[in-house]
Design a protein around this ligand. Structure first.
Ligand SMILES: C=CC1=C(C)c2cc3[nH]c(cc4nc(cc5[nH]c(cc1n2)c(C)c5CCC(=O)O)C(CCC(=O)O)=C4C)c(C)c3C=C
Ligand SMILES: [Fe+2]
Length: 418
């Protein structure tokens, strides 16, 4: 064993320190959350009652990987999950994998850490694990441990799924305020899992399209609109219990105890037909969304955080928020009270050479405690009625069960394999 290496935090540059200070308010809010110990600036604790990366103040960059398990031995998988949780905790603290780091170790062996995050700050790195429905097939003896809510998504309107961007036995969601830190985390875990897991598909996201904390400002998506205004936030603990956490107060009954305190992640790669959108007039764009482009205010109100007034009509008697507007159709008021925690990212994969158009859009990530009663009916309705659908194409998809957080000394996979 090599000697432990000092934390990357110990070698922060002045610029990095300034960057970390800029997220201080978010970190203070995190430290105040139940189940999470106080964190060093620029770090999010890995251990806690909930997995980090769900209600954590949303970071700027995403690396999302869906993976398949290539072994049929449950013990080998459990071992990788255990090593992943140790490595993820280490990296979240700003420390290289193995402690000795990319630059240390024996000259005749590969370094334990790939090295590209060396001397970078931890950048609020979080790594969140999910289990896909296919993990519960006959291979690992887990069939009777599959929660009823973890079923493959049915075909949905508006989707033209690319078969190379669908499903996965596992997912890893790495989020950080530095894209290289997020990439480094997934790369190292994939490396640790070699021979047991392999990446099935992957998506990079370069800018958050939501807010998950009241302390954050609302970002804009690639359609130029503020996105995340009416999202659930970490501070909405009553709603999070009811709509997001498995077994929370007011949530559906728990059928698998190992999922108590967890949640479900639905990922949708949603390509925006940006060339068509950019030809639409401002009035048309605002009608489609139901909010003003500049301020983010609902078309029934004046300021960004004004509540939607779905009954309000204009001088000509037509609804201020169009009957086909995205926010009207997505709002809890028109969906039996369903609320979701959105945590998506803008993406671009450059040019679609077949059409000569940009391949860009929103990698939509949403958390809820019953995807088949929340996301599925909502997306069915949006796909059929939403004016925004004309400008979108869903090209990737996955649903994953994210178990609860783990205590210090615990490991991913406990509860499921034991
Ligand atoms: C199935 C759920 C949803 C999908 C898919 C979805 C895609 C999508 N949304 C935008 C842009 C915006 N969405 C906004 C609000 C909003 N969207 C959803 C759900 C889905 N969106 C909900 C539940 C809400 C909140 C509705 C409400 O209660 O008012 C907004 C407005 C700002 C905000 O509140 O966040 C925008 C803008 C895009 C571009 C998109 C697919 C690419
Ligand atoms: Fe939306």
């Amino acid at each position: 064993m090599s000697a432990p290496r000092p934390s990357r935090r110990g070698v922060l540059t002045g610029a990095a320190v300034a960057g970390a200070a800029g997220v201080g308010a978010g970190v203070a809010a995190l430290a105040a959350r139940p189940g999470h110990a106080a964190a060093a600036p620029g770090t999010v604790p890995f251990h806690g009652a909930r997995q980090a990366g769900i209600t954590t103040a949303q970071q700027d960059s995403l690396v999302f990987a869906a993976l398949d398990v290539t072994t049929s031995r449950a013990g080998e998988l459990a071992d990788v999950l255990q090593r992943w949780s140790a490595d993820a905790a280490t990296m979240a603290a700003g420390t290289p994998v193995g402690g000795s780091g990319g630059l240390g170790g024996a000259a005749d062996e590969p370094p334990q850490d790939t090295g590209e995050a060396h001397e970078l700050p931890a950048a609020n790195l979080t790594v969140t694990l999910g289990y896909g429905p296919s993990l519960f097939d006959e291979r690992f003896g887990l069939a009777d441990r599959r929660p009823a809510a973890l079923e493959e998504l049915p075909p949905l309107p508006g989707e033209q799924l690319d078969p190379t961007k669908v499903g996965g036995d596992l997912c890893l969601q790495a989020c950080a305020d530095d894209p290289q830190v997020a990439f480094h985390a997934v790369r190292n875990l994939v490396r640790t899992g070699r021979g047991v897991v392999r990446v099935r598909w992957m998506q990079l996201g370069f800018g958050r399209t939501s807010t998950t904390s009241a302390a954050q400002s609302t970002p804009r998506n690639l359609m130029g609109f503020k996105d995340g205004t009416a999202n659930l936030k970490a501070e909405d603990t009553t709603d999070l219990d009811r709509h997001v956490w498995v077994g929370g107060q007011g949530a559906p009954a728990v059928d698998q105890e190992w999922m108590r305190g967890g949640t479900y992640l639905v990922a949708r790669r949603i390509r925006m037909l940006v060339e068509a959108w950019d030809r639409a007039s401002l009035g048309e764009q605002e009608r489609v969304i139901g909010r003003a482009k500049a301020s983010g205010a609902p078309l029934s109100g004046r300021a960004e955080f004004d509540a939607l007034d779905l009954a309000k009509t204009g001088a000509d008697g037509t609804p201020a928020i169009d009957v086909a507007a995205h926010v009207r159709l997505a709002a809890p008021e028109t969906n039996g009270g369903v609320k979701l925690l959105r945590r998506g990212y803008s993406y671009t994969d450059g040019l679609d050479v077949a059409t000569g158009q940009l391949d860009a859009g929103l990698f939509f990530i949403v958390f809820g405690n019953d995807p088949h009663r929340q996301f599925v009916p909502l997306q069915r309705k949006l796909g059929a009625q939403d004016a925004l659908t004309e400008y979108l194409k869903h090209t990737g998809s996955g649903v994953f069960a994210c178990p609860p957080g783990i205590g210090t000394g615990g490991a991913w996979g406990e509860g499921l394999f034991t």
